[in-house]
Design a protein around this ligand. Sequence first.
Ligand SMILES: [Zn+2]
Length: 498
Amino acid sequence: MKKFLTLLLFLSLYSAYSQDSVLIKSKVANAITELREFVAIPNDALNADDIDTNLYWLRKKFTERGFNSTILETEGLPLFFANLPIDDNKPTILFYMHLDGQSVDVTKWDQSDPYKIELKSKTEDGWKKESFSDLTDDINYDWRLFGRSTSDDKGPIVMFLNAIDALKKDKVDLPYNVKVILDSEEEKSSAPLPKAVRTYKDLLKADFLVINDGPVHVSGKPTIVYGCRGITTLSITTYGPIKPQHSGHYGNYAPNPGFQLAQLLATMKDVDGRVLVKGYYDGITLDEATLEILKSVPDNVEEINTNLAIANPEKVGSFYQEALQYPSLNIRGLGSAWIGEKARTIVPATATAELDLRLVPESDGTRLKNLVKDHIKNQGYHVMATEPTKEDRLKYDRIVTIKEGSVTDAFRTDLNNPFGNSIVKTMENKFGEKPVQIRIMGGTVPISPFINELKIPAFIVPMVNPDNNQHSPNENLKIGQIAYGIETFYAILSTSKE
Ligand SMILES: [Zn+2]
């Protein structure tokens, strides 16, 4: 009897597994066909007609799957919205993806048309073109699809559609209401989005937001991201003589703006890269549980340092993930007079440092900019928002002009959010290990204002391979990631929050 039960269990497990994989494989095949169609419609957000053709395609595909869809007019290009029939007793997931793509420079691609997907396999010295007819029997998950937006971000949209098909085929009663918003200006920084949230508040109402954009962790493992840093900028200029002067005649006499700027910048950080501006890191505390999650990210320190060719990192955090929990103060550009072959024997008139400040939720951008300005004043500088006049120059010993950039806020969802916990658990059950949990990504996504405006917990669940050449020539999507994406959408959509 026991033997029989074991056999039965084995058979049922086996058939569940094989059915599952047959179903997924068939969905992957269909997803490839659909992605080829979708990518064939150019999607440069600089061209409004392209976007319209994409919206038309999406409307057809979502309608086929039983969605109601609407085109939402904005101050910029229209957004695409779709939802399955709403049941008021269920919580609502809102998915965000984008249909626009970066412009292409055909001359830099290894294929004649970046909007015509090419199938390639990896060889020792590069990529070999394969025929799509070889995909029919058995799909090689290591092969890749090359084309604009295969990864960023049309691939995930097609994975989503095919996961819906699989859920329908399995007659899964979804525990959620499902809404989808597709951006058409993500690559142009999503300017119309925050206002659109206010206009279409009722339509977008949801309990949580899932963003499917960007790559999984470099380890290739399933990943969930809870936030992104924000950004603001400062431009700092110091002044010497009103025009560049002969360094023989005026060296040792006319104050040098390059040295002034260097001395000023040197007061802002210690030798280990920690910001010395008072109050810069205020409000940031990392408890043991948070540190543990930060440490669990499988970053390969040696590999990172080798890739960057650095002997030692700065010491804002004691390891990479910890460093990202703090706002940064970065010199992104530095200039005075001429360098290289054009260098001249002069005392320059000005020196400029361009700074960027990556923000975390504890560090309001305006507050940090004010801290830096106060710091500069405390070094004895007369701070101005405009270029000094000759009178200003004659009156003040040391002048700095500071130009401020706008602030894009950070966002970060609590690591203990129940919807987040449920996604983590679902992915753990599906893939046999906990996903990589990134508390905050170093970079800034243009949709932060949109997320902050929605005021609901948000999670980034990336679907694509980390080496996808996003935004660059030869953008690609690993076919295995299509299976991963379909399975992940399927798992999230079919598992209710406990
Ligand atoms: Zn993207």
